[in-house]
Design a binder for this molecule. Structure first.
Ligand SMILES: C[S@@+](CC[C@H](N)C(=O)[O-])C[C@H]1O[C@@H](n2cnc3c(N)ncnc32)[C@H](O)[C@@H]1O
Length: 275
C-alpha cells in the first residue's frame, strides 16, 4: 500500500524516537523505518522469519533486500517473555502492525513492558476509510476488551470471515487517498472466507481491527480510563494518504476533548468515507 504514503512519513514516525537509543521495530518487513542497515540500534520482531517474509512478499513487487533478519519470532507468547527482558527499549516502532494484533490491549501492554519509563511507541495505522477496510465497521471497544480477556493468540473464525468477505480494492489499489477515484471490487471469495475460518495450521495475517483516527484515539483513552493500559497519547498526526500516526508513552497525555465530541467526530469521519 506504499503509493499513498506521505513523503515525510519516516520523519513523522521518528519524531519522538531517540535515534541513538536501543529500539525494537515490530513487523518492518520490506519497509523498515529504522533499519540496522541505516545504523539504527534495533531489534526486529515479527510473527514470521526473514525467509518466510521473503517468500510472502516475493510476488508483491517490493525490494526484498530491505527485509532484515528477524531477531524475535512471535509464537503467541507475551513479548517480554519472547524477548526475555523488560524496561529495555527507548523506542518501539510498529507501522501497519497494531491492526493485525489478535489482542490489542495485550499488544499495547507488552510494548509498555518492553519500554523504558520514558520510552515511546510510535504507530502508523491505516485509516480504514481509505484502504481495503473501507466497507468494514470500526472496531468496538467491547470487542477489543473481550479479545483481551481471552488473551487471543490467533484470529477468530468470525474475524477471518468478516475480513475475507468485506475487504475491497479501489481502482486496483489496496490503499488510496481521499478523493481518488476508481471502481471498488471485492478481493476474496466466499470459499476463501470459509477456508480462512477453519484454518488451523498457519497464523492468518489479517486486519483484526479497523480505525478512523478519532476511533483509535478514543479507544486508547477509554482503555486508559478503564485502567486497562497505562500508555497515553504523546503525539498525533492526522491522516496523510491512507494512514495516520500516533505516538504513545507513559509520559503522554489523555486527549482532553469531551467524549461526546469525539463520538461526533467519529460519525463525521465515517460520513466522509462516502464522499
Ligand atoms: C502490513 S505489514 C507492514 C510492513 C511494514 N511495516 C509497512 O509499514 O509496510 C505487517 C507486518 O507485521 C507482521 N505481523 C503481522 N501480525 C503480527 C503479529 N501478531 N506480531 C508481529 N508481527 C506481525 C507481518 O509479518 C508484516 O511484517
Amino acid at each position: 500500500m506504499s503509493s499513498t504514503r506521505a513523503t515525510n512519513r519516516d520523519e513523522i514516525i521518528l519524531a519522538h524516537v531517540k535515534r541513538h537509543g536501543l529500539g525494537l521495530e515490530i513487523g518492518p518487513a520490506h519497509a523498515p523505518i529504522a533499519p540496522k542497515a541505516a545504523g539504527f540500534h534495533v531489534h526486529v520482531l515479527d510473527h514470521a522469519s526473514r525467509e518466510q517474509l521473503i517468500e510472502k512478499y516475493r510476488e508483491h513487487g517490493v525490494d526484498l533486500t530491505k527485509i532484515e533478519p528477524v531477531d524475535f519470532i512471535w509464537d503467541g507468547r507475551p513479548f517480554p517473555e519472547l524477548v526475555g527482558r523488560t524496561c529495555t527499549y527507548d523506542w518501539i516502532i510498529a507501522s501497519h502492525v497494531i491492526e493485525h494484533s489478535t489482542d490489542l490491549v495485550g499488544f499495547l501492554n507488552d510494548c509498555d513492558a518492553l519500554l523504558k519509563s520514558d520510552g515511546v511507541l510510535s504507530l502508523a495505522i491505516p485509516d480504514m476509510r481509505w484502504c481495503f477496510d473501507h466497507f468494514r465497521a470500526p472496531s468496538s471497544l467491547g470487542r477489543v476488551i473481550d479479545a483481551a480477556q481471552t488473551g487471543r493468540r490467533a484470529h477468530s473464525a468470525g474475524s477471518a470471515a468478516e475480513y475475507f468477505l468485506d475487504v475491497v480494492q479501489k481502482g486496483g489499489r489496496l490503499g488510496w487517498s481521499k478523493g481518488e477515484t476508481g471502481e471498488y471490487a471485492l478481493r476474496h471469495s466466499v470459499g476463501e472466507a470459509k477456508r480462512a475460518m477453519t484454518e488451523k495450521t498457519a497464523y492468518l495475517d489479517i486486519h483484526e481491527w479497523c480505525f478512523t483516527p478519532t476511533s483509535f484515539r478514543l479507544l486508547v483513552r477509554d482503555l486508559l480510563d478503564l485502567e486497562l493500559i497505562q500508555l497515553k497519547e504523546l503525539a498525533f498526526h492526522p491522516t496523510s494518504g491512507h494512514e495516520f500516526y500516533v505516538t504513545l508513552s507513559r509520559g503522554g497525555e489523555r486527549p482532553p476533548q469531551a467524549r461526546l465530541e469525539m463520538l461526533q467526530q467519529i460519525a463525521n469521519e465515517l460520513a466522509e468515507r462516502a464522499q
